[in-house]
Design a protein. Structure first.
Length: 242
């Protein structure tokens, strides 16, 4: 495990974007596993900026996103497909056919999850997986207690996640109750894992996940066992591990 300390959110974003950029320069047809959420937005902005300056080319890159709400059409403005397009894909030269997000509008969960694992397999596996971390240690939608051996699967969202997400929807009833997510097994198979974390609110979970026992109760803790795991955090997020 390698820990890289950044000054603040902007510095964290630049350092992580540099690692992703190096991956794409070293392997132009790299397979990038990507994440949504608020933490990676600065990374995407930085990569767009370097793309506009001609420093990075995504024309041969394949992306495989971590997760998607089940039951939400991809054009819905809260889908992760929509998030990734508006925050990143629409602003770079990636080919639409090289973009992969779990198919939230497929109600057949077995088919949707198998199809996604096949996509990962057929792409030759993930070269670099970008992750954020939830306050309870979740990665993707793998909440505390999730089995480490699961590949892509369907999860029931916890009451607290539904409660937290309702601000983005017209009403609580409109919040999807399930999601398709890459499992811990799929994440651990990525050749390189890069996690970004910022803010005081994440300091305690960072300490638990990376300086505490490896346990399904803190899903991210399994990353201690990954052979090529890098954590880029700002000073606040890393403040409890000094
Ligand atoms: C995003 C994802 C989530 C987030 C996590 C942290 O695709 O799977 O696990 O990475 O909830 O979210 P933020 O970055 O908003 O704190």
């Amino acid at each position: 495990m390698k820990i890289i300390k950044a000054k603040d959110y902007k510095d964290m974003s630049r350092k992580a974007a540099n690692i992703i950029s190096a991956q794409v320069i070293m392997k132009p047809n790299a397979v990038l596993g990507l994440a949504t959420g608020s933490t990676p937005i600065g990374i995407y902005e930085q990569l767009i900026d370097w793309f506009n300056k001609g420093d990075i080319d995504f024309s041969e890159v394949t992306t495989i996103n971590l997760d998607e709400y089940r039951g939400l059409d991809k054009e819905h403005n809260q889908s992760y497909w929509y998030f990734m397009h508006t925050n990143f894909f629409d602003k770079i030269n990636i080919k639409e056919e090289n973009i992969n997000v779990p198919n939230g509008s497929n109600p057949d969960e077995k088919e949707a999850c198998e199809e996604y694992e096949n996509i990962i397999h057929n792409a030759g596996g993930i070269d670099l997986q970008l992750l954020g971390i939830g306050n309870d240690g979740h990665i993707g939608f793998n909440e505390p207690g999730a089995a480490f051996e699961l590949a892509t699967h369907c999860v029931d969202l916890t009451e607290s996640t539904i409660e937290a997400n309702k601000r983005f929807f017209l009403s609580k009833e409109d919040v999807p109750k399930q999601a398709y997510t890459m499992g811990i097994k799929s994440i651990m198979q990525a050749r390189k894992v890069l996690m970004v974390v910022n803010g005081k609110g994440k300091a305690n979970i960072v300490k638990q996940a990376f300086f505490g026992p490896v346990t399904p109760e803190v899903p991210a803790s399994i990353l201690q066992m990954h052979p090529d795991f890098t954590l880029v955090g700002d000073e606040e997020a890393l403040s409890e591990i000094d």
